[in-house]
Design a protein around this ligand. Structure first.
Ligand code: FES
Length: 66
């Protein structure tokens, strides 16, 4: 078994919409907040099971900008 210790941009972060990590990163870098990312990708608008992961990833991206 391989343990992933890095992020893969091809990871699907929202299975309801098929939104990948790269989509979220690109929109974040364009200045989109979580609501805008949801509107533009459909992420977070289904079961919301991805809410914690996407929120955490956005917090990490924001930290990297500091
Ligand atoms: S996994 Fe993202 S809304 Fe269901």
């Amino acid at each position: 078994m391989t343990i992933k210790t890095y992020y893969d941009d091809d990871d699907v972060m929202c299975s309801c919409s098929g939104t990948k990590r790269r989509d979220i990163k690109r929109l974040f870098n364009e200045g989109a907040d979580q609501d805008a990312i949801s509107r533009r990708t459909g992420a977070l608008s289904g079961c919301a099971g991805c809410e914690w992961d996407i929120g955490e990833y956005l917090r990490e991206l924001a930290e990297q900008q500091k």
